[in-house]
Structure formats: structure tokens, C-alpha cells
Design a protein around this ligand. Structure first.
Ligand code: ADP
Ligand code: MG
Length: 699
């Protein structure tokens, strides 16, 4: 039988087609997100052990560098002794073991991993990797990672190649068993037709060869490239993912371009009217962004635009103008805010801007009284309400509009595709303007919002002074309270932010929670009206408390990060953040953006025992785009947005940060591919890839 005839399994086959996978395993695998052979093969080893780098236990002392960079070393041996106990002082579970190879014996120690007592047995063949430490009994490894390679008399895993790929376990399916499934699959799959355009595929292995190279690396592969995921095989798979993603984006965009959008009429009187609403001159950036929006609204296509800009760059005013374009001519415009506090704040801003015409605005909130809500909904349905402001949540309920022509989504990176679809089902296809909460680095914006046009506010309104930013050791916290006292004495207001602390969180350092902070502030500022807000408050109670701060009645607002986004109180000139190291970089920048909104000099004081790179970056720059880039580099794209809702595709091999140039190329090729037209086969491939990457959920 030739090798070719053995290969009969399409990548899309169910996993039960593999040897050893019955319904029980298939269920476990499905829960972990593995449905098809494709899913299994695309999930790469988390590590490769290079047999050439295996060390003998007797030579380990050469690898121990006290104080220096602790290098991870790998050894293989037989488990000789295993015992568990509880330490006297801290009552921790202690697992101690001895590992023996032909050259010597090494002590292994783990803390609080009692399950190891169940997992391991004397006589097991173990592969362990970790850093070396010098303990009382000599050289030892503390908390090493391990793989059980063989047990009792079972013959050792055949390890004929230089590299041994290691896989994460999936429930009861150990890395070893999983590896067998992968090897079985690799022997059976056949190469699908190659749909990657030649411009991208040039010089790279085909998909199946790439998968083989990564699950059975050839001996001549470079260990460092494998580790860094930069072999040609990796590049091939990353290209495959990024191209599928870019195609999806281009297709969606092309689809939108074909839809006929409402043409918003414009004339000199309208322009005059809008100008009359404005309390100040637009910044150059605001003017540019508005011009781009006007072009969209009058183009006959459906607008789908991202407006992004640094904190305080004046996105709200641009949104207002866009809404006024529609509301003052032919239709209705809705503004959706993430919280009620922000919805109310926008309503106040709009009422001020609209002046005598404020009755054309309608606020719509969840906890409104039934009669009030009915009236609000009626005003919207009849078309009397032209400017409609509410929370994202409320628009998921049934609201019927008279002529909804524009939706503005504030402070949200992604707004549900479902809501948009449901509007379309109701026969509405309004224009969309999405405003992002934090500046997004270019590389990521392209990836996440590639299907949107973008306007950037890269300029702050005139008269803004840089915010005096300082990092204080906990011992020097008194200086923060002095700064608060000074600002209060000038008639200004202050924010104090405490991290939301989970009581279960067993941190090594004592943390001051919001109650302790409240006690401290009340003792330090006994006469000053203070209000506390946090995430567990009911929405209406939150609104009342925030309202008192906005009106100036309350002078100190103590909050968890619920105030992070969007709150606009120009009289607040100082913010103190406790345990600043507990916050993300972009989050701190957002928080800082709550002060410095007026013309008075403002202060941002971070109390932290740990001077990290993140905190220093904040002291060094106030440019939100640079901070965002730094944050992205430090935390990676997934963490950067922080939420499930972020819309970041879950790539297995591609890395948006590292592969941003490749993504750019893929986008270009996607455009030309689309212009040439897609074949049936390409469409099938695309659908499969998009299902694997769960791209369908991304709008
Ligand atoms: P963000 O972009 O963070 O949402 P906002 O829209 O809340 O910023 O605007 C920040 C502050 O700047 C507000 O107090 C707003 O009134 C003010 N502002 C906006 N545009 C201008 C402008 N062109 N000139 C002066 N102040 C402005
Ligand atoms: Mg805002």
C-alpha cells in the first residue's frame, strides 16, 4: 500500500475518526473546543524538549548561577522517593521527591500541590524542567513542571526524534494520550486544496506539511525558532489564520458598501444651526472627524465609523454634531452609553448644548417608572424625540423608532452584532458611529476594527495643561492627602480610587480596601462631604450619589473603577489612586483622564509600594496612544481589551502584535482576492477557518 492511499481523512472529520477516541473522549474534547481533526492539529505543543539539551543530574551544578538569571533546565529520570507533609510554620502542603538518573540524584520540592501525591508513583519515568536553587540538602528544583513519560514496566515512550513535543492535558486526557491522537491524525489526514493565494504561500510549506513539522519537528529544526514560534511552518499557519481573518473583514466591508444608506440632507441653514449649538470652537481634529462623518452620511452608503481619540479629546461633541445632522433634518439619532451614570451625563451635556430645543431629547433608562417609560417610548415611536439617549441594555429591549437613522455607541469597543441584526430585521439600517473608550494602537485597531472607517482625534482642546503625575510610596501617602486638602481649599473636588478587592484574594502585602479608605478619609477630612460609589450599588443609588458629586455638593468621591470611563466633572482637579499597581496601564490613563478637564492645573497621585515599568510609563508620558502601545506590549492583545466582548479573534498561531506586518500584507491580498472573485472552494475553506477561529461572532 502506498503512503498516499493511507491518507484519507479530511481535516474536517470528527475526532471519533481517530484511533482511541470514543464518544466519552469526544465529549471531553468537545468541551475543550475540539470538534474536528482540524481543531486538534491546530493546537500546537506548548513546548518542545530538545533531547540535545537534556542534562545529566551530575552536571547540574554547572548550571546553577546563584543570584544570576535562573535558567530553566530539563532532566529525565526515575522517581525514587515521594513523600508529603505539612510545614510547621505556615502549614503548607509540601511534596518532596527524589529523581534519579544514571549519574546521580536530584531533590524536587513542591508547595501546595497535594494532587501530586495522587498523580505520581515511585518508579515513574519523569521529565522535569525548572530552575535550580540551593537548599539545605544541596541543589534542588522548586516547583518544577513535569511530564510523566512512563510508568512501572511499561516500555518508555519511543522517542526517536530529537524533539519531543509536549501537550497540555485536557481533563483526564493527559498530554501523552493527546500526543498519540495527534500522531494518529497526522498519519491519516490528506492535504486539502491549497487556497492560500500564491503571493502569500510563496516559499512556505503547505498546511499539512506545516502541521507535521510542528507536531514532529525534524531534527534539523532550530530549537530557538521552535520556541519563538518563528519557523516557516509557524509562518505558514499564522498566514493562514490572518488571511482568513482579513478575508472576513474585507467581505463584511464589501457587503456594507453595497447596502444603500440613508442620505442625510445638508444645506447652509443646517450648518448655521449646528454652529449656533456649539459653545466653543472645534479643535482641528474635531473638525476633520466631523467632516469625515458628514461625507459618510451624505454618501448614500451606510456609515460604519470608529471615532477614537485620547481621553478628553472631545469625542462627545463630535457625536453630538453627527446626531444633530440627523435629528435636525429628517430622522432620529440614538446615543447608547455603557452605564446609566454616563447616559445621564450625556443627557445633561446635550440639554446644555440644545438649549431651547432640549425637549427634542429623550432619556430612556431601565429603572424609569412604568408610566414615565411608556411616555418616553411613545415619544420615540411618534418621532417627537429626535435625540435619544439610553444605555446599551435598554436598546436590547423592544424600542420602536419612527425614523432611526444614526446610532452612536459610546465607550464600547464592540457593540453586539445581534442588536444590529435585530434592528435590520425590523427594517432599519441606520448609520453607526462607535466611540472607543481608550486609544487603540494602530496595529490592533486595524485588526479589531478593520471593517470600520476610522477617525482619530489626535489633539486636545486648547488650554489643557499636562496633569502633574506622581508616584508615591505608601509611607509618603500623606503628601497625597495634603494635595487633596490644597485642592479642596481652592474650591475644587477630588477623586480617590481604591481597587476592588476580592476578600478571597490572598495577597502577600496587606491591601487597604474601600471601607478602610473611607475610614481614613473621614478621619482626615471630617468636615468634607464625601460619597462612596462601587460596582455593587443599585443603578439608581449610584446615579444619586454621582449626581451629588457632579453638582458639586459632594467634594470627595471615593470609588472603585466604576468611575473609570467617561465621567466629566471639570471642577475635579485631583485624583489619588491607592494600590496603583493593581490597575492596568490603560485603565490608569483612563482614570487620570477624569482630572485635567478644565483649565486649572490638576494632579494625579498613585500610591504604590511597587514601582513597576507600567507606573513609570504613566509618569513619563500623557500621550494615550503611546501608553496604549506600551500596555499592548506588556500585556498582549487579549488582556489589553480585557473582556470576552473585545472581538479579538482567538488565533492559535498568529500574534497580532508580532505579526502586524503580515496582517497588513494579508489585508492587501484579501482586497485583490476579493476583486478577482472567490471560487466555491475558497469560500468553503474560508467558512471552515472562520468557524475554527470563531470569527463569525465578530462584526
Ligand atoms: P472624551 O473624548 O474623553 O469623551 P469629552 O467629550 O468628555 O472627552 O470632552 C472632554 C471635555 O472637553 C469636556 O468637558 C468638553 O466639554 C470639553 N471640550 C470638548 N471639545 C472642546 C473644544 N473644542 N474646546 C474646548 N473644550 C472642549
Ligand atoms: Mg467620553
Amino acid at each position: 500500500m502506498s503512503a498516499g492511499s493511507l491518507a484519507y481523512l479530511p481535516l474536517s472529520s470528527k475526532l471519533t475518526a481517530l484511533r482511541g477516541i470514543g464518544p466519552a473522549y469526544a465529549t471531553i474534547l468537545a468541551e475543550a473546543g475540539f470538534e474536528t481533526v482540524r481543531d486538534l492539529l491546530w493546537s500546537l505543543p506548548y513546548r518542545y524538549v530538545d533531547r540535545g539539551s537534556l542534562l545529566k543530574i551530575a552536571e547540574l551544578d554547572r548550571w546553577h548561577r546563584p543570584g544570576g538569571d535562573r535558567e530553566i533546565v530539563t532532566v529525565m529520570g526515575t522517581l525514587k522517593d515521594l513523600r508529603q507533609s505539612t510545614t510547621r510554620v505556615q502549614r503548607m502542603n509540601l511534596t518532596e521527591a527524589l529523581l534519579e538518573d544514571a549519574s546521580g540524584v536530584l531533590r524536587l520540592v513542591w508547595f501546595n500541590q497535594p494532587y501530586l501525591g495522587r498523580l505520581l508513583k515511585v518508579g515513574d519515568r519523569l521529565l522535569v524542567f525548572g530552575a535550580l536553587s540551593l537548599g539545605r540538602h544541596g541543589l534542588e528544583m522548586r516547583g518544577p513542571a513535569l511530564e510523566v513519560m512512563g510508568r512501572g514496566n511499561t516500555p518508555e515512550e519511543p522517542w526517536v526524534q530529537r524533539y519531543l513535543p509536549l501537550y497540555r492535558k485536557l481533563g483526564p486526557i493527559t498530554g501523552r494520550i493527546r500526543s498519540r491522537f495527534v500522531q494518529d491524525a497526522l498519519g491519516k489526514v490528506h492535504a486539502p486544496d491549497d487556497w492560500l493565494p500564491i503571493e502569500l504561500a510563496k516559499g512556505l510549506p503547505d498546511q499539512i506539511s506545516a502541521l507535521r513539522m510542528l507536531h514532529q519537528p525534524p531534527d534539523e529544526a532550530d530549537a530557538r525558532d521552535l520556541e519563538a514560534r518563528s519557523t516557516p511552518a509557524h509562518v505558514r499557519l499564522a498566514t493562514e489564520e490572518l488571511f482568513a481573518f482579513a478575508m472576513g473583514v474585507s467581505l463584511r466591508r464589501a457587503g456594507r458598501m453595497k447596502r444603500r444608506g440613508i442620505v442625510v440632507p445638508t444645506n447652509p441653514e443646517l450648518r448655521e444651526k449646528l454652529r449656533a449649538f456649539l459653545p466653543f470652537h472645534l479643535t482641528g481634529a474635531q473638525r476633520r472627524a466631523f467632516k469625515e462623518i458628514v461625507e459618510d452620511l451624505t454618501s448614500g452608503r451606510v456609515m460604519h465609523r470608529l471615532l477614537q481619540g485620547d481621553v478628553g479629546s472631545g469625542k462627545t461633541l463630535v457625536a453630538f454634531l453627527a446626531m444633530a445632522m440627523v435629528a435636525e433634518t429628517s430622522g432620529q439619532a440614538a446615543l447608547l452609553a455603557p452605564t446609566e451614570v454616563l447616559a445621564r451625563q450625556h443627557a445633561t451635556t446635550f440639554a446644555r448644548l440644545l438649549g431651547e430645543e432640549a425637549s427634542r431629547m429623550q432619556l430612556l433608562l431601565g429603572p424609569m417608572k412604568a408610566a414615565e417609560k411608556r411616555e418616553a417610548l411613545a415619544r420615540i415611536a411618534r418621532g417627537e424625540a429626535r435625540y435619544i439617549i439610553g444605555t446599551h441594555a435598554i436598546f436590547q429591549e423592544a424600542v420602536s423608532f419612527d425614523r432611526l437613522q444614526l446610532v452612536v455607541v459610546d465607550e464600547q469597543h464592540r457593540f453586539g452584532v445581534k442588536q444590529r441584526e435585530s434592528l435590520k430585521e425590523k427594517g432599519m439600517d441606520p448609520h453607526w458611529l462607535v466611540m472607543s473608550a481608550t486609544p487603540i494602537p494602530r496595529s490592533l485597531a486595524l485588526a479589531v476594527f478593520g471593517d470600520l472607517e476610522q477617525s482619530v482625534l489626535d489633539e486636545l482642546p486648547p488650554g489643557r495643561q499636562p496633569i502633574d503625575t506622581r508616584l508615591l510610596e505608601p509611607d509618603a501617602a500623606e503628601r497625597a492627602w495634603d494635595a487633596v486638602a490644597r485642592e479642596l481649599a481652592k474650591g475644587h473636588q477630588a477623586y480617590v480610587v481604591s481597587p476592588a478587592i476580592d476578600p478571597m484574594d490572598e495577597a502577600k502585602v496587606p491591601l487597604r480596601d474601600i471601607q478602610a479608605m473611607e475610614a481614613l478619609l473621614r478621619a482626615r477630612f471630617p468636615e468634607v462631604p464625601l460619597e462612596v460609589v462601587h460596582g455593587r450599588l443599585k443603578a439608581d443609588e449610584m446615579a444619586i450619589r454621582m449626581g451629588r458629586f457632579v453638582s458639586g455638593e459632594v467634594k470627595i468621591l471615593l470609588a472603585t473603577t466604576v468611575i473609570e470611563v467617561g465621567v466629566d466633572v471639570a471642577n475635579a482637579t485631583v485624583m489619588v489612586v491607592d494600590h496603583a499597581e493593581r490597575f492596568g496601564l490603560s485603565q490608569l490613563h483612563q482614570l487620570r483622564g477624569r482630572v485635567g478637564r478644565g483649565s486649572a492645573r490638576s494632579h494625579f497621585l498613585m500610591i504604590s509600594g511597587a514601582e513597576t515599568e507600567r507606573l513609570r510609563a504613566l509618569v513619563e508620558t500623557q500621550d494615550g496612544f503611546r501608553i496604549a502601545q506600551k500596555d499592548l506590549e506588556l500585556r498582549g492583545p487579549g488582556e489589553f481589551f480585557g473582556t470576552r466582548q473585545s472581538g479579538i479573534p482567538q488565533f492559535q498561531v498568529a500574534d497580532l502584535l508580532r505579526d502586524r506586518k503580515l496582517l497588513g500584507t494579508c489585508r492587501d491580498v484579501a482586497e485583490t482576492t476579493l476583486a478577482r472573485g472567490l471560487s466555491e472552494g475558497q469560500l468553503v475553506w474560508l467558512r471552515q477557518e472562520q468557524a475554527r477561529l470563531k470569527l463569525a461572532e465578530i462584526s
